[in-house]
Design a protein around this ligand. Structure first.
Ligand code: GLY
Length: 584
């Protein structure tokens, strides 16, 4: 197994905690990407590659590939493993998306297993008695829990697109063992349990698992999840119905209602994964395959690339003019996100127009090459709302050129933090991704409108952007990221790094990240820029009129794979501890 542990503890530097522009941002060490740039080389393998945010999960995926499994088999095993080993985002109680490329059939599909609002949720569910949006209802009570989709999604992926060599039982077995035997609390697991102890320990059913003698588990402890092992075992033996019908579903709906929610067992029984067409685009000779609504990610990525295709980036990835153009494209695309995107089962998202080259040309023509356009002049009047960032992305490529780009989430770190008693299942707070009250400013940030209003049976809008690029009909790049609203711009930066700047995958992932989401009208940049670029370059960037907010945390975790003539190359994003890219 070729491998590289990408997060180097020696470079990890603890950050002071305090008020943050993103109050829910992941409190990881500021892994020093300036020092790592150039020091981390991609892992190279001949047959296949897995890269995830957790080393144990990566090894499980590679073992499945070594045994002859395809990329989907490996991704399903990784998905279940992450529910045990990476509980801040891997999950049974949340949802996610897969973008899958099937090489032999030359077929691309998107799997949508996003959480769904219970039937009793309505447009007023998240308002207080004065009609004002109450974020805490969505983030801190059972009202914010959507019907979980992950179990259905992973089982559907295997049934429809697996190699046929493995049963669900085979692929869940490693996760059951890890949950039952326990895993050492170290690295990212220790940091996240400690940092989010208030989220976890407020629920007695969760404290039983994640704390010992009233204190969060720490280095030297084992995280043992016996109830989760039993739940996984039931799914392994009896399929997803074991989760969606009967005792486990009853326990989940009861836990949600006891926490102030409205979910019923009937809501859970109705859950279904959807198989969708991918969003398609092309950029400088590469075909883009990405996630359609209910994610905004794929369409925005294509829109951004279409706008940027009309420019050249001769100055390099960090040149002031390159950054200016990227930011101007972002402002325009995120304004559209606010206006047009929501659950396509309820509204008509004008995807064809938004992803057309003609529309991009129109937007590009409005970009002033010398001066930023204030957001207020681009479009105005909707609700700023930041999104949760407890998500995780993993990428898989197999020996036959099949690929899976997978992003899964509980929304905020550990979701609601509530483990449904007797199930081991941590529940999401994904309904916070709805625009809680269109037109009313929301303390958490990104912009949302009527199109994304809460409603019964609706899916909240996502930014998750699992993406596969093809070159001449063959898989080239597999990428994606966590990071809420910054997911799309993180993916953009990786794609642009590889295509525009011809970087290897490690260097593309290590490019410092820059983000603008139209509202608020400010550029968010990783601190690495400050040290990587001479001060005069920043002054030059600010001369375009940009207001820069240096982000106190690193942005995203783009575990990515690039197929090259030298082999399948991969990197796990060193911005987090404990990540691993490995191949065979
Ligand atoms: N909860 C983050 C997202 O779906 O975009």
């Amino acid at each position: 197994m070729a491998r590289s542990v990408s997060a180097l503890g020696a470079f990890a530097l603890l950050i002071a905690l305090g008020t943050s522009a993103f109050p829910q941002a992941v409190p990881d060490p500021e892994t020093d990407i300036v020092r790592l740039a150039g020091a981390i080389k991609p892992v190279v393998a001949k047959n296949g590659m897995v890269t995830t945010q957790d080393a144990i999960a990566t090894r499980i995926g590679v073992t499945i590939l070594e045994k002859g499994g395809n990329a989907v088999d490996a991704a399903v095993a990784v998905g279940f493993a992450l529910a045990v080993t990476h509980p801040r985002a891997g999950n049974l109680g949340g949802g996610g998306f897969f973008v899958i490329w099937l090489a032999e059939k030359q077929q691309a599909v998107a799997l949508d297993f996003r959480e769904i609002a219970p039937a009793a949720i309505n447009a007023k569910s998240f308002l207080d008695e004065n009609g004002k949006p109450d974020i805490s209802k969505a983030t801190r009570t059972g009202l914010g829990v959507g019907v979980p989709g992950s179990v259905s999604g992973l089982a559907t992926a295997l049934e429809k697109f697996g190699s046929g060599k493995f049963t669900l039982e085979d692929l869940i077995a490693p996760a059951i063992k890890l949950a039952r035997d326990g895993i050492p609390v170290e690295s990212d697991l220790e940091r996240s349990i400690n940092f989010f102890q208030k989220t976890l320990l407020r629920w007695p059913s969760t404290a039983k698992i994640f704390a010992k003698d009233g204190a969060p588990l720490k280095q030297g402890d084992l995280l043992v999840q016996r109830d989760l092992a039993n739940t996984l075992e039931a799914i392994a033996k009896n399929g997803p119905d074991a989760f969606y019908k009967g005792e486990i579903a009853d326990k989940i709906s009861l836990a949600v209602r006891e926490a102030g929610g409205v979910m019923t067992s009937d809501d859970i029984a109705k859950y279904k994964t959807e198989i969708l067409d991918v969003v398609r685009g092309n950029y400088r000779g590469y075909d883009i395959l990405s996630m359609p609504p209910p994610s905004s990610g794929g369409a925005l990525l294509v829109q951004l690339l279409n706008i940027l295709e009309g420019f050249d980036f001769k100055g390099g990835p960090n040149a002031p003019h390159t950054l200016h153009l990227m930011v101007e494209a972002m402002k325009r695309a995120y304004a559209d996100r606010a206006e047009f995107f929501g659950d396509p089962a309820f509204i008509n998202v004008p995807l064809t127009r938004l992803t057309s080259k003609e529309y991009a040309a129109q937007l590009r023509a409005g970009i002033n090459l010398a001066q930023t356009t204030p957001s207020s002049q681009i479009k105005a009047g909707l609700t700023p709302k930041k999104e949760g960032d407890n998500t995780t992305h993993f990428s898989v490529v197999d020996k036959d050129g099949n690929a899976v780009a997978a992003t899964v989430t509980l929304n905020l770190n550990f979701g609601l933090g509530l483990v449904a008693e007797g199930t081991g299942v941590l529940l999401n707070n994904e309904l916070d991704d709805f625009a809680l009250a269109p037109g009313v400013p929301n303390a958490f940030g990104l912009v949302g409108g009527e199109a994304n209003a809460p409603g019964p049976g609706k899916k909240p809008l996502s930014s998750m952007t699992p993406t596969i690029l093809l070159k001449d009909g063959k898989v080239s790049l597999v990428t994606g990221s966590p990071g809420g609203s910054t997911i799309i711009t993180t993916v953009l930066r990786v794609v642009s790094g590889v295509i525009d700047h011809k970087l290897n995958i490690a260097d593309a992932v290590l490019l410092p990240r820059i983000h603008h989401q139209w509202m608020p009208d400010e550029v968010r940049a990783e601190r690495a820029f400050e040290r990587m670029m001479p001060p005069e370059q920043w002054i030059a960037f600010e001369t375009y009129g940009h207001k820069v907010d240096f982000f106190r945390f690193n942005i995203g975790a783009a575990n990515s794979i690039l197929v090259t003539p030298e082999g399948i190359t991969g990197v796990s994003d060193p911005r987090y501890l404990g990540t691993l890219a490995a191949g065979h």
